[in-house]
Design a protein around this ligand. Structure first.
Ligand SMILES: Nc1nc2c(ncn2[C@@H]2O[C@H](COP(=O)(O)OP(=O)(O)OP(=O)(O)O)[C@@H](O)[C@H]2O)c(=O)[nH]1
Ligand SMILES: [Mg+2]
Length: 316
């Protein structure tokens, strides 16, 4: 029998209180249970102050996937600054664990990677703007991990409202606040050879910020001119669809939801999102290692050298 390929994905959910973060993680687990060949390892849950971690293993015909799901509580506006601080600390702590292993003389190559590879940011369907604190939180997270925005409880919107809301959120993220979420045209290049489809400037890899409309047009042009630019086509499709709308699947809606869903709502985007997460798990992991961790590590070395130099100068 061929050996199964092993891979992993560490996923965190953050966002508005009561926006369905925990429900989505439950939907994801039950989807894997139903459509995979079962969750092979009983899930293990650990809780600390803010972060609730569940580990599961899932397998399909070819793959054995370890999933770590990190749930966080939604916060009201008054404590968003606190949430931004602790979320950043949490993400950096996972980087430090890898760093501490790297500087050991004898490294343990089997140590588990606890760095978060992707963060789903839940945006309430009633959003009219991001508050300054929410922008701070989003920027902190997006500096450490690929952030995939999602529109929560989309069943409460009509199809027209949904399309309008998605366009509104895309404009807020890309054009008004320029938040470097997953797929945006921004990247601080710290390494020349970062290769994956979410790296924006596929030909020159410069650090640029393009307004969404012209960026999508540019991707389309790249894709049409060069058949090999399949990534550009995928990225364009993603940018046109994001934020994915998330809703209970039909089977769960009546038993769990306390609110009335709109009739005839399409649940496929929840499944599209799950597919995106699973299909791009290697790319998310790669970006965490080659970009976010590398950026953190470079800064850490720089800070340590600066401290050493300051100490030498203060002794003179
Ligand atoms: N209509 C509708 N209701 C939902 C959906 N997802 C969750 N809910 C309901 O919304 C409420 C909150 O859901 P949770 O999953 O606990 O939300 P949360 O974001 O984890 O909440 P906090 O952890 O308190 O921030 C529950 O009553 C759910 O049944 C959805 O997609 N549609
Ligand atoms: Mg919750």
């Amino acid at each position: 029998m061929p050996r199964k390929e092993k891979s992993s994905l560490n996923l965190m959910v953050v966002g508005a209180p009561g926006s369905g973060k925990t429900s989505f993680l439950n939907t994801l687990s039950s989807h894997l249970n139903t459509y995979g060949h079962g969750i092979t390892k009983p899930s293990q849950t650990q809780s600390d102050h803010l972060f609730r971690t569940t580990q599961l293993q899932w397998q399909d015909n070819k793959n054995l996937i370890s999933l770590t799901l990190v749930d966080t509580p939604g916060f009201t506006e008054t404590v968003l600054g606190y949430q931004a601080h602790y979320t950043k600390k949490y993400l950096e702590h996972q980087f430090d664990r890898v760093w501490m292993e790297e500087v050991k003389l004898k490294r343990n190559t089997k140590v588990q990677d606890t760095r978060i590879h992707v963060c789903l940011y839940f945006i309430d369907a009633s959003i009219t703007d991001f508050s300054p604190m929410e922008i701070l939180l989003l920027r902190e997270i997006a500096a450490h991990v690929s952030v995939v925005p999602v529109l929560a409880k989309s069943d409460l919107l009509s199809p027209e409202e949904l399309a309008e809301k998605k366009q509104f959120i895309r404009n807020l993220l890309f054009d008004t606040y320029q938040i470097p979420v997953y797929g945006s045209s921004h990247i601080d290049t710290v390494e020349e050879d970062i290769m994956d489809w979410c790296v924006p400037d596929l030909t020159t890899r410069k650090s640029t910020w393009r307004p969404l409309k012209s960026y999508v047009e540019w991707l389309d042009q790249q894709h049409n001119e060069n058949d090999e630019m399949e990534e550009a086509g995928q990225l364009k499709d993603y940018l046109e669809q994001m934020p994915f709308s998330v809703t209970f699947p039909k089977s769960l809606e009546c038993s769990i939801s306390s609110e009335e869903p709109s009739p005839g709502i399409d649940y496929s985007e929840t499944m599209d999102l799950i597919q995106l997460l699973l299909a791009n798990r290697d790319s998310f992991r790669h970006k965490t290692n080659a970009y976010f961790y590398e950026k953190y590590r470079t800064q850490k070395i720089f800070d340590e050298r600066t401290d050493q130099l300051m100490a030498v100068h203060s002794c003179d």
